[in-house]
Design a binder for this molecule. Structure first.
Ligand SMILES: NC(=O)c1ccc[n+]([C@@H]2O[C@H](COP(=O)([O-])OP(=O)(O)OC[C@H]3O[C@@H](n4cnc5c(N)ncnc54)[C@H](OP(=O)(O)O)[C@@H]3O)[C@@H](O)[C@H]2O)c1
Length: 342
C-alpha cells in the first residue's frame, strides 16, 4: 500500500506579509518519497500548528527561514511506515521536525520516540506532554522561578502554552492571573482550570481590571504576546520580579519593525529580570518534564485541550486561528488515522 502512497505537502512559494498565508503556500501532490540508507519514513498523524511557524516562513531566527519552493516545516507526530534505520522499525511512534505534509523522510536526528505512558491518548504528546508542555514547564520553573504565594501572570492564557503555565503555577502554590481575549476564554480559565482571576484584554477598562487582579503586584510574568499587553504587565512588576520571555505573537505578522515596551526602564527601578528562552534547548531535560508532568496529566491535576482540526488541506484555515484567537488550547491538525495501539 505504502509503495504507491501519495504525498500532499504545502510548499512555501513566497515570504508572507501581514499574514497573507493563502497567497504564499500551495498544496502539491507527488508520489511519497522513499527512505534512503539509514533513513525512515514517517506518516504524519498529527501536525502541530505553532505561532513560530509564521516566523519560520519569513526570516532567519533560531532556525533558518524555510527555503522558498520547499515544503513548509512543522512539528509532527506520526508512525514509521518504512524503515532502513537499524534502530527504528515500522509501526514505531515518533515525533519531531517534519513538514506540513503526509510524509517526512528522516535519518532520525530531529525525531524522538513518543514515550508510552499508560492511560494517555497519543494526542497528549502533541500538547501537554509535547513541545507545548515543555515550553510551559521549563519556561515557568527554570526562568520564572515562581515561589509559593507569589503572583504569576500569563498572557495568551487560554492558548496551548498559557493554559499549562497557569495550572503549573497553581500547583506550585502561586496566585495566578491569566490574560486572554474574550469572556468565554476567561470563564474557562477561572471556571475549569482553577486560575484565580482572568482579564479579557479585548474588553473596555482591561488595564484597570489587571491592576485589580494583582493587588500585590506581579512577581512572575510569562510573556507570550508582547505589545500593549506586555507593557501593561511590566508596569505592575515587583522588585526582583522575573519575566520569562516566551514569545510575542502580537508582532509575528507585523509588516514594520515594532517598538519595544515603552516602559522598559522600569526593570531598573524594580531590579527585575527579563530573560528569553527556547524550548529546543531543553530537549536533553525532557525526562524531568515527563516525570513531574506525566502524573499531573494522567491524574487530571493539569487539564488540557487540543483544538484539533481535520485534514491537511485545511491547514492554513486552521493556522490562521492562532492570530485571531480562534483556538483554545493546543492547535493541531489531524492528517491521518492513528494506528491501533495494543
Ligand atoms: N520560546 C519558545 O521556545 C516557545 C515555544 C512555544 C511557543 N512559544 C510562544 O508562546 C506563545 C504562545 O504559543 P502557543 O503555541 O501556546 O499559541 P496559543 O497561545 O495557543 O495561540 C495563540 C494565541 O495568542 C493570542 N493572540 C494572538 N494574537 C494576539 C495579539 N495580537 N495580542 C494578544 N494575544 C494574541 C490568541 O489568544 P487570545 O484569544 O487570548 O487573543 C491566540 O489564541 C507564542 O508567542 C509562541 O511563539 C515560544
Amino acid at each position: 500500500m505504502s509503495a504507491t502512497a501519495t504525498n500532499r505537502h504545502w510548499v512555501l512559494t513566497d515570504r508572507p506579509k501581514g499574514g497573507n498565508f493563502e497567497q504564499v503556500l500551495s498544496l502539491r501532490e507527488e508520489p511519497a518519497p522513499e527512505p534512503g540508507p539509514g533513513e525512515y519514513r514517517v506518516r504524519t498523524i498529527y501536525l502541530s500548528l505553532d505561532p513560530t511557524n509564521a516566523v519560520w516562513m519569513q526570516y532567519d531566527s533560531y532556525l533558518p527561514a524555510v527555503p522558498l519552493n520547499s515544503t513548509m516545516r512543522g512539528l509532527v507526530l506520526g508512525v514509521v511506515d518504512k524503515s532502513n534505520h537499524e534502530k527504528v522499525k515500522v509501526g514505531d511512534l515518533v515525533s519531531g521536525m517534519g513538514g506540513w505534509a503526509d510524509y517526512t523522510i528522516t535519518d532520525g536526528k530531529n525525531f524522538g520516540r513518543v514515550p508510552n505512558i499508560p492511560g494517555l491518548p497519543l494526542v497528549a504528546f502533541m500538547g501537554p506532554l509535547g513541545m507545548t508542555g515543555a515550553t510551559a514547564y521549563f519556561g515557568l520553573l527554570d526562568i520564572g522561578k515562581p515561589k509559593e504565594g507569589e503572583t504569576v501572570v500569563v498572557s495568551a492564557a487560554a492558548g496551548a502554552v498559557g493554559s499549562m503555565v497557569g495550572q503549573i503555577a497553581k500547583l506550585k502554590g502561586c496566585r495566578v492571573v491569566g490574560i486572554a481575549g474574550g469572556p468565554e476564554k476567561c470563564a474557562w480559565l477561572t471556571g475549569e482550570l482553577g486560575f484565580d482571576a482572568a482579564v479579557d484584554y479585548k474588553a473596555e477598562g482591561w488595564r484597570k481590571a489587571l491592576r485589580a487582579a494583582c493587588p500585590k503586584g506581579v512577581d512572575v510574568y510569562f510573556e507570550n504576546v508582547g505589545g500593549e499587553v506586555g507593557e501593561a504587565v511590566l508596569d505592575l512588576i515587583n522588585i526582583k520580579g522575573r519575566i520569562a520571555f516566551c514569545g510575542a505573537i502580537s508582532q509575528y505578522n507585523a509588516t514594520q519593525p515594532q517598538p519595544g515596551p515603552r516602559n522598559l526602564s522600569i526593570l531598573v527601578s524594580r531590579r527585575a529580570r527579563m530573560e528569553g528562552f527556547l524550548v529546543l534547548d531543553y530537549n536533553p531535560r525532557l525526562g524531568e518534564m515527563y516525570q513531574e508532568m506525566g502524573p499531573w496529566i494522567a491524574g487530571g491535576k493539569v487539564k488540557w485541550k487540543v483544538d484539533l482540526d481535520q485534514g491537511l488541506e485545511n491547514t492554513i484555515t486552521s493556522f490562521k486561528k492562532l492570530f485571531t484567537g480562534g483556538n483554545t488550547g493546543k492547535l493541531a491538525v489531524q492528517v491521518s488515522e492513528e494506528p491501533a495501539r495494543g
